[in-house]
Design a protein around this ligand. Structure first.
Ligand code: ADP
Length: 387
């Protein structure tokens, strides 16, 4: 199959001054990659050729029936696939520059280009246009895939949840109505069945939550991380033996409050859920990291083997241990997806047996509070909530 880039180029020259048109034609005609050249002298004539395939238009902006950027916009709106090299008058270089913003791929100033420059401009313009067209196609495809995912999430929620509810109700009826006939084994199996159904329910909810990030948006507001972390710690309601410490003077960031709350709630609840020490200690600190705030949630829990550092951030990926029976493997994937939505990163550092530190970075939209990374690291204070 002949690739687009191997086909000879079809060039349309739109120029009303015969001398300039002849000059352009003379140069373009010598280019090896050009197969066909047509010349017209007005916008109307150019539009008459709309049905024909051209790869590039050499466009004089000031024509008898159109002037300036209007000429360009008329061409780009009707020929979105065609590369445009604008050829402006010498007095009009500013307009030339603006044409690039308005959709032209290149511009040349009359009297200031030679055969080599023209050839280069045509090649660049065609290449840029091809890249632009393929990027647009890619975006369209992506939008299609996203739509499919949205439909998929909808199908899961409505089509899978309903029969699951049915199974759960039936199992409960059997447990109640046939209690005397079931025997211990039967009851145990039914309980197992119900717990599996519940787990399946949680997994479906996880998929739905994951698919909602970035799709169902609430208003972006300034979020004071001091308040947010206090609330997250409160919601996690750690048992007596686990102490959550939150550094003072955390910054304010910008984003969807509920999503950001979810990030820290998930990190804190994991730190609590997997804690294996009689005196659990969880610390939240913040440091500057270039254009970002780097927040760390550190615990003295069981730690994670390095080989699992990447895997745990993927949806439904859990690391097997005795505490993972109620684990769906969604929490960290949600953290990652939310943080990445704001342009940040997530990662973990850990020593098995000693603990883990989960990091998230969030963009700094406001001037930082007057403190240094060193002081921030030392600002470990009393628990922010009842723990
Ligand atoms: P879940 O929501 O089921 O806890 P996550 O995605 O939040 O799943 O976590 C994935 C895995 O990462 C968990 O199965 C657990 O093994 C591990 N993990 C997460 N946080 C910690 C932590 N603070 N300490 C030790 N292991 C952790």
């Amino acid at each position: 199959m002949v690739k687009d880039s191997d086909k000879p180029l079809a060039v349309l020259i739109v120029e009303d001054e015969p001398v300039n048109a002849a000059f352009l034609r003379g140069i373009v005609g010598k280019l090896a990659e050009v197969g066909r050249i047509e010349t017209v002298s007005s916008l109307r004539e150019a539009h008459d050729r709309l049905g024909e395939r051209f790869d590039v238009v050499l466009l004089d902006l000031n024509l008898p029936d159109s002037g300036g950027l209007d000429t360009l916009m008329s061409v780009t709106s009707d020929w979105p696939q065609v590369a445009v090299v604008v050829v402006t008058g010498e007095h009009d270089e500013q307009t030339g520059l603006r044409t690039l913003v308005e959709g032209a791929q290149e511009y040349l100033v009359k009297g200031k280009y030679d055969a080599y420059t023209l050839q280069k401009s045509i090649r660049y313009a065609v290449e840029r246009k091809r890249t632009e067209v393929s990027q647009k196609r890619l975006l369209r495809d992506l939008e299609g895939v996203n739509q499919e995912l949205r439909d998929f999430a909808y199908i899961i929620s409505h089509d899978l949840k309903a029969p699951l509810r049915g199974i759960s109700s039936l199992a409960q009826w059997i447990a109640e109505d046939c209690a005397d006939k079931l025997g211990d084994d039967g009851k145990e199996h039914l309980e197992l069945l119900l717990s599996r159904v519940e787990r399946m329910h949680d997994l479906i909810d996880g998929v739905l939550q994951y698919s909602r990030v970035g799709r169902i948006c609430e208003e972006q507001v300034d979020v004071d991380l001091n308040e947010l972390l206090a609330e997250a710690a409160d919601m996690v309601a750690a048992p007596e033996h686990i102490r959550i410490e939150v550094a003072e003077g955390l910054p304010t960031v910008h984003g969807e409050r509920t999503r950001l709350l979810q990030v820290f709630q998930n990190l804190l609840s994991n730190a609590v859920k997997y804690m294996d020490k009689p005196e659990g200690r969880i610390r939240v600190t913040c440091e500057e990291d270039g254009d970002f705030w780097r927040l760390a949630v550190a615990d003295n829990g069981p730690g994670i083997e390095e080989k699992h550092f990447e895997k745990i951030f993927q949806i439904f990926q859990t690391v097997h241990n005795e505490k993972t029976s109620d684990s769906s493997g969604v929490g960290l994937s949600l953290v990652k997806k939310i943080v990445e939505m704001y342009g940040g990163r997530t990662w973990v550092e850990s020593q098995v047996g000693e603990g883990s530190t989960f990091y998230v970075t969030l963009p700094r939209r406001h001037e930082p509070a007057p403190r240094t990374p060193d002081t921030a690291a030392r600002e470990i204070l009393e628990p922010a909530a009842d723990t």
